[in-house]
Design a protein around this ligand. Structure first.
Ligand code: 0X9
Ligand code: ZN
Length: 302
């Protein structure tokens, strides 16, 4: 099994997810929504009390390989929702679909070869031997706009076409074609302690920005109540930088999921991407408080 005192490899995380499906057959199912460039499964866990499909909160993590804390937090959320399911009344109203490792190839590369790896590991024929695409520049909504690059060696390479990566195409197909009523799309990244709304391609904000901002601010407030960790709230472009082709913009703009957020976890730069393992538990705990708030708020609206 896994705990939240250390970081784990892709195989360990995936095996643990499968073990939950065995242990909680009436609550948990695990499916592979596709395969990565190197042939790894893209394993997604569905948590649903009562069996009938309900309005669903989608959570993913590890778009970017080096952001290890992101999958440590999504697995913590899975652990809470399964081992303590009876505690959470919102599970009578909503389901969760969680994809902890969007980019398992990059994640493994960051464990074995290059701790600071960010992109996927696909080969698009760079003459310099550069590998990979930034999966968060590869979505087909305003693809190729501000904050992206067509240089195959760039850390923000958008790919040869939108959805060129099997990982992003699988995520698109699952969200578009699984028949699920997704009410929130939450993609977990690190770092900087930000709770971001669309848009990431323009400094304009969505028509319903006030609602998105209000829920995010209340979520961030709840996070701070745990250990005082401060999150900044705002649209990606206005709080961070413009970067088109992100999954959050696609989820809202193309898939029509109202509450689409990117959460950038701890810290604000002292350790940055290399967040020590002794910060996994507090980071996961405080983030879970904020996510529960979102779940409660969506459930109470149904
Ligand atoms: O640049 C990114 O993809 C995200 N930051 S990170 O440091 N984790 O790489 C921010 C993405 C915000 N959303 C959009 N720009 N759409
Ligand atoms: Zn990231």
């Amino acid at each position: 099994g896994i705990d939240w005192k250390a970081y784990y490899r892709a195989d360990e995380i995936h095996a643990w997810m499968d073990s939950l499906a065995d242990f909680y057959p009436g609550l948990v199912s695990v499916v592979s929504i596709g395969k990565s460039s190197e042939g790894r499964d893209l394993k997604l866990i569905k948590i649903s009390k009562g069996g009938v499909p309900k309005p669903t909160i989608f959570i993913d993590s590890t778009f970017h390989a080096r952001e290890w804390i992101s999958s440590a937090v999504s697995t913590y959320v899975i652990n809470q929702l399964t081992t303590n399911s009876s505690q959470y009344k919102f599970l009578d109203k909503v389901d969760f679909h969680i994809l902890p490792l969007v980019n398992p190839d990059g994640f493994e590369w960051s464990h074995t070869q290059d701790r600071m790896w960010r992109k996927t590991r696909s080969n698009h024929g760079s003459s310099f031997g550069c590998r990979g695409v930034d999966p968060n520049r590869n979505f087909g909504y305003q693809w190729g706009g501000s904050g992206t690059s067509s240089n195959k060696c760039s850390e923000i390479y958008k790919g040869p076409t939108a959805f060129s990566e099997p990982e992003t195409a699988a995520l698109r197909d699952y969200i578009s074609h699984s028949g699920t009523d997704f009410r929130a799309y939450i993609t977990i990244h690190s770092y900087s302690q930000l709770w971001l709304t669309p848009w990431g391609f323009t400094s304009d904000v969505p028509a319903d920005y006030n609602e998105l901002e209000s829920l995010a601010k209340r979520g961030a407030q709840v996070i701070s109540q745990a250990f005082g960790t401060q999150y900044q709230v705002g649209s990606s472009t206005n709080v961070l930088y413009a970067a088109a082709g992100g999954s959050d913009d696609w989820a809202k703009g193309a898939a029509g999921i109202k509450f689409s957020y990117t959460i950038e976890l701890r810290d604000t730069g002292h350790f940055g991407f290399i967040l020590p393992a002794n910060q996994i538990e507090p980071t996961a705990y405080e983030t879970w408080q904020g996510l529960k708030y979102v779940a409660n708020s969506i459930a109470s609206d149904l």
